[in-house]
Design a protein around this ligand. Structure first.
Ligand code: CDP
Ligand code: CDP
Length: 227
């Protein structure tokens, strides 16, 4: 099909955004862009260098020498930071626990948002994050705000944890997710909010297939209307 649209998917941690966005992108032969990975890559670098989020000037100076590449692949997106593959490293608990503090920095957000906009210029993008429908792609043809109860989101994340390695209890995980949501919802620059024209999907009792089918249907409807 010649005509293409952009799909924006926002919501809190564990709502199912990335899993579903990947499926929707596959179904439509679109490109999946995980914007959280960019915030995570920057955070991973700052933690390595010991640059704290409070030190905004140093963060922004360091940002200038960083090159973030998102490489679409068969089973999801690879992330490269100044040439190094950091796809797995950026999922660590250390990064997860601090990323929302770095994500509050206005200059950092401005830079990442503009890079994200560039990636969507040619359309045919399914992009997930926190501020895609509100700030990054306010003109996206389909906007989804995905939610689920914090208990369900914590359970989903808990099931994902590797048997060995980093250990954390379900209760602790739930508290950390709630804390991160709160920081994301209450920050001054492009907080996590539902865009006025977004479709809200509460996925608490939905399967991955049900959620992605619903989004593909919304996309198909837009494509027929506009194409
Ligand atoms: O996958 P998970 O839901 O754990 O989070 P993520 O999508 O990887 O995003 C990690 C963090 O990056 C979020 O908690 C936000 O603080 C920040 N983020 C953001 O501020 N804006 C975005 N568009 C995407 C992520
Ligand atoms: O990207 P986000 O943080 O919103 O969530 P995710 O990483 O896509 O999903 C978190 C986990 O929940 C994954 O292991 C999904 O397989 C699972 N999930 C689910 O069980 N039911 C859904 N309707 C959506 C996701």
């Amino acid at each position: 099909r010649e005509f293409r649209i952009n799909i924006a998917i926002d919501g809190p941690a564990g709502a199912g955004k990335s899993t579903v966005a990947r499926k929707v992108a596959k179904a439509l032969s679109y490109v999946y862009v995980d914007t959280g990975a960019m915030y995570r890559a920057v955070t991973w670098d700052m933690l390595n260098l010991g640059i704290e989020a409070e030190n905004e000037q140093e963060v922004l100076a360091r940002m200038e020498s960083l090159e973030i590449e998102l490489i679409p692949g068969e089973d999801g997106q690879r992330v490269r930071l100044s040439g190094q593959d950091v796809t797995d490293d950026i999922r660590s608990l250390a990064v997860t626990r601090t990323v929302s503090r770095y994500a509050q920095i206005e200059g950092l957000r401005a830079e990442l948002s503009s890079a994200q906009r560039q990636m969507a210029l040619r359309k045919g993008v399914v992009m997930d994050g926190r501020d895609i429908g509100t700030t990054v792609l306010p003109d996206a043809e389909v906007k989804i705000f995905m939610t689920a109860t914090v208990e369900e989101r914590a359970r989903r994340r808990f099931r994902e944890l590797p048997e060995s390695g980093e250990s954390i209890t379900l209760e602790q995980l739930e508290r950390e997710i709630a804390d991160r949501d709160e920081l994301d919802r209450n920050r001054e620059v492009s907080p996590l909010v539902c865009a006025e024209d977004a479709t809200v999907l509460d996925t608490t009792r939905m399967t991955i297939e049900e959620v992605s089918d619903a989004i593909v249907r919304l996309a198909e409807r837009q494509l027929t209307r506009q194409g």
